[in-house]
Ligand binder design. Structure first.
Ligand SMILES: Cc1cc2nc3c(=O)[nH]c(=O)nc-3n(C[C@H](O)[C@H](O)[C@H](O)COP(=O)(O)O)c2cc1C
Length: 400
């Protein structure tokens, strides 16, 4: 098979230099990348850099190599077009169907999936003109990645930062893998919880669990690549923020409950992949609990934590909201899973067996997804993102 053809559109924002890393990742993973910068982009990074890194010619206007009709051919032959960074100006021109340079011509002739990764100052991003242009592009089937929050040009901080190129690359990889299927979760808001809660005992100790958050992050990434607006409630994870995902950080089960309930208010689906502690210490010692030489330690008294999955399943914030739970079991996996599904009242329960190379901390997983309708969907051993795709397929079928 020939290498997938990717057009990397670069527009004139300060983050243009970050597109060099995206280009490298795309090229090194076997994609044939053609960079199409705007004239403004070349103020930030020169054509020589794009040409040398991609191994392909670079032009900004339709008037170069006219015999090859580049204004039509580049878009026609692309398997993916990704514009990173996408300026407010380029989003506006794309939304209005202008064709005043090679990039906008390419966007009009491309019939493949298109990803925009906007980056600009918060005011430009929040302006109704930009928001309407983004909504137009999404309605037409493009994946527009929400910008990240952080340091912008100069001393400003806020929403508008280009997400990490490694994470934009992940979105491109997933969108390419889905091919013509397109962003089938566009217009949906989904909430995913990930990681493991920590219940403090004293200022230095906590009761925790082994959840790394990788499955929840895979769910968030795949949903974003399928066009959803994603809120990721992350408990004690050490993973990079997925591109285009709003990350809310929490520590304890009580904090996780608050964040999930808030985000779920307008969500179409909630997927509870986090390992939430069932119990927490009844008392929190404000000073470190000391070892006393001649005394046995005091027993730790535990109290119940709120059952977030049961609570959101019982009091759905919207009718038709789909709720998904996770269960990690060590024995009687399916029987325990069925009982948990009935007890919690959710629509789907992903049951996985805790074991070597599976579940906690691993890159792979293996599970059965149980449906409240009696369905059973086995997901064979494989990457956590494959399980995530199956979960979203099942959620989507229930949303419809
Ligand atoms: C130093 C500098 C940084 C800029 N950064 C951004 C940016 O991050 N996002 C943006 O939308 N525009 C930014 N602009 C403004 C764009 O360069 C300007 O709107 C230009 O017309 C965009 O053209 P293009 O969309 O064809 O690339 C910046 C301008 C300058 C001078």
């Amino acid at each position: 098979m020939s290498e997938p053809k990717v057009v990397l559109g670069v527009s004139g924002g300060i983050a243009a230099y970050k597109a060099c890393e995206l280009l490298r990742r795309l090229s090194e993973s076997g994609h044939d990348v053609r960079v199409v910068p705007t004239a403004s982009a070349l103020h930030f990074v020169g054509a020589a850099t794009w040409s040398a890194l991609s191994g392909n010619p670079v032009s900004t206007e339709v008037w170069d190599d006219v015999h090859e009709v580049p204004h039509v051919r580049i878009g026609q032959h692309a398997d993916l077009v990704v514009v990173a960074p996408a300026t407010a100006d380029t989003l506006a021109r794309a939304a209005h169907g202008l064709a005043d340079d090679l990039l906008t011509n390419t966007l009009l002739t491309a019939r493949c999936p298109v990803v925009f990764a906007p980056a600009m100052h918060t005011e430009m991003w929040e302006h109704p003109a930009t928001q309407e242009n983004v909504a137009t592009l999404r309605r037409r089937g493009a994946v527009v990645i929400e910008p990240a929050v952080g340091r912008l040009t100069g001393v400003d901080t806020g929403k508008g930062r280009l997400p990490d190129p490694a994470e934009i690359f992940e979105v491109c990889r997933r969108v390419l893998a889905r091919g013509a299927t397109g962003p089938d979760l566009a217009g949906r808001h989904v909430v995913v919880s990930a990681g493991g809660t920590r219940e403090p005992l004293d200022p230095v100790r906590f009761l925790g669990n082994r959840s790394s958050g990788k499955q929840g992050y895979a769910l968030a990434r795949t949903a974003a690549a399928r066009g959803a607006r994603v809120t990721l409630v992350a408990a004690n994870t050490a993973l990079p923020d997925p591109a285009g995902v709003d990350v809310v950080r929490v520590g304890t089960a009580v904090q996780l409950r608050e964040a999930v309930l808030k985000a779920a208010a307008d969500a179409d689906a909630v997927v509870m992949a986090a390992a939430v502690a069932d119990f927490r210490p009844a008392a929190y010692a404000t000073g470190k609990i000391k070892k006393k030489d001649d005394q046995e330690p005091e027993p730790i008294v535990l109290v119940r934590n709120p059952d977030v999955l049961a609570e959101i399943s019982a009091g759905r914030a919207r009718s038709g909201q789909v709720i998904v739970g996770f269960a990690a079991e060590t024995d009687d996996v399916l029987a325990n899973g069925r009982a948990k599904l009935a007890r919690k009242g959710c629509d789907l329960l992903v049951v996985n067996e805790v074991g070597e190379r599976k579940t906690f901390g691993a890159e792979e997983n293996e599970a059965v997804v149980l449906g409240a309708d009696g369905s059973e969907t086995p997901v064979p051993h494989g990457p956590k993102e494959a399980l995530a795709e199956t979960v979203w397929d099942l959620v989507k079928a229930r949303l419809a």
